[in-house]
Every structure is written in C-alpha cells, then in structure tokens.
Design a protein around this ligand. Sequence first.
Ligand SMILES: Cc1cc2nc3c(=O)[nH]c(=O)nc-3n(C[C@H](O)[C@H](O)[C@H](O)COP(=O)(O)OP(=O)(O)OC[C@H]3O[C@@H](n4cnc5c(N)ncnc54)[C@H](O)[C@@H]3O)c2cc1C
Ligand code: FES
Length: 283
Amino acid sequence: MAYKITEKRQLVPDVHLMNIQAPDVAAAANAGQFIILRIDEAGERIPLTIADYNADEGSVTIIFQEMGKTTKQLAKMSAGEDLLDFVGPLGKESEIEKLGTVVLVGGGVGIAPIYPQAKEYRAAGNKVISIIGARNKDMLILEDEMIAASDEVLVATDDGSKGHHGFVTDLVKQLLDGDEHIDRIVAIGPPIMMRAVAGVTASYDVETLVSLNPIMVDGTGMCGGCRVNVGGEVKFACVDGPEFNAKDVDFNLLMSRLSFYRKEEADAITKSQKGCGDDCKCQ
Ligand SMILES: Cc1cc2nc3c(=O)[nH]c(=O)nc-3n(C[C@H](O)[C@H](O)[C@H](O)COP(=O)(O)OP(=O)(O)OC[C@H]3O[C@@H](n4cnc5c(N)ncnc54)[C@H](O)[C@@H]3O)c2cc1C
Ligand code: FES
C-alpha cells in the first residue's frame, strides 16, 4: 500500500509540512505519538511526530526539518507523490487530563509536536500557556496555530527579532517565579533545550515531561536502537516513551548516542548529492 502526499508546503527555510493520506494511522492517532516512514525500497526508516491528524479525512500531518539524506529527499517530494511506508501510530500517547495550568514549551521544530498537545490539554479543561522559541522570527513555525490552541502564547527568539530576546528557559523561569500555580510543564525540542528546561524546573516542585528523540530503527521495541537511561533504568523510547519525566533522564547519554553515526550520516549526504548508491565506496 502506498501513502499519498496530499499537501506539501514550506513553513520556514528548511522546515516543511506534509499531509499524508493514511486513514488507519489517523483513526488511531493521539497527541504524543509518532510514525516511521520510508520513502522507497532503498530508503531509510525515519521517525517523525504526528503534528496533527484528522480521522474524518484520514489524513496525518508531519512537520520535518531538513537534517540529512532522508529529510532532504522528503523535502524534494510534492503533493500527489507516494511514500512506500507510513507506520503508526507508534509510542505511548501523552497522558492528558485536567490538571489546572499546563505550560507547553516548544523549541524550533519541537513546536510541531506540542501543537496537538495544546489542543488536547485545552479540550481536557486546562489553561494552556505555550512558550515557543526559535533562532529568529523567520524560523518560528505555527505561531498562529499555537495562538488559536492556547490561552496565552509567549515567544522567545535567540536574536530578539520577536518576543523575548533569549531562550525559552528564561520565560519558563519567569512563569515559575510568578504568581500563577503551574501543574505541569511539557518541553519538546532539541535535547540541549530539554536538558536546559529540566535544569530550570529541577528546583521547583513542578512535574516536567520531555519527549525524547533518540535514533530509532524499528520503532517496536525489538532493535534496542532507541535505548535511553531514565531513572537509572534502560528504557526503549519507542515503546516506553517517547515522553518521560525530565528529572530522571540521562540527557548526556542521549546526546552522545545521537552523534554516534555522524560520519555515516555525512557520507550518506555526500553520496546522495553525487548521485551514488549506498554501496558506492567513493568518499
Ligand atoms: C520519536 C521521534 C520523533 C521525531 N519527530 C520529529 C519531527 O516531528 N520533526 C523533525 O524534523 N524531526 C523529528 N525527529 C528527528 C528525525 O527523525 C531525524 O531528523 C531524521 O531521522 C533525520 O534523518 P536524515 O536521514 O534526514 O538525517 P541524518 O543525516 O541521517 O541524521 C541527522 C540527525 O538526525 C538524527 N537521526 C538520524 N537518523 C535517525 C533515526 N532513524 N531516528 C531518530 N533520529 C535520527 C540524528 O540526530 C542525526 O545526527 C524525531 C525523532 C524521533 C526519535
Ligand atoms: S527503535 Fe528499535 S527498540 Fe526502539
């Protein structure tokens, strides 16, 4: 079975949105879950978070950043073309319940996975304060959607071109030091950002969840590729997560495992730019 791309658009430089016709995935999807796709027979399997879904239309939205061979190949595809595999929903859904006030923190392309959470936390009766951040205003995605899905949205840019001049962590700290009682914080973005949020919230009594993005292969708990250390125990992010309590996560191990295949990833881009096959021995 092939999975048709029904919409494709660039949101900001190097970040794209795609709607995929995948009725079975759309019917079962929940916030916090992800899919694994493969473009064609020769393709690598890559995990992407479900950024939105519409069970009535049978469509699933993914938002991805061009990083290496597969995401760059995906970025060149257009509406009307097919993906070979689109497997999901995978991972545990976010445990969304009525808590009170929930702060959602999204950094860069990490704003995409917090968008469905904003909608679902609000639908469950929570006050949702979203903090979204990017390097600069031109790299900020889904601002209008986050405003529509949240009670309040705070923006941070590294260069100060929009909102707070600085990191999302500054805004998290300001909220924690303010008068509002916060019942839960969910932070999704680059591991370095999630580690920084965890560092800020560690000295406050507030539950903090992060969504981990280790290298994944099968997404079903069989290969061990996505193992992470949480609370001193080995967990497989694809089946035990991807959401975990931030205070228990070994971020240093996560970051060192993510850079494990850097040489192979650089070689794959070079070969794809030269038009060589994966088994080509040129450098
Ligand atoms: C549960 C989960 C959800 C994710 N959701 C999103 C999302 O919504 N949007 C988005 O832009 N990115 C997301 N990612 C990251 C995305 O999977 C990688 O950017 C992508 O696999 C890179 O592949 P590549 O061939 O383009 O780049 P490569 O050059 O192969 O790799 C670039 C970097 O991407 C990471 N990566 C590579 N292969 C994998 C893999 N099989 N699994 C996980 N990470 C990998 C590594 O950090 C690597 O250094 C998610 C990752 C996980 C685990
Ligand atoms: S991706 Fe293979 S065990 Fe999680």
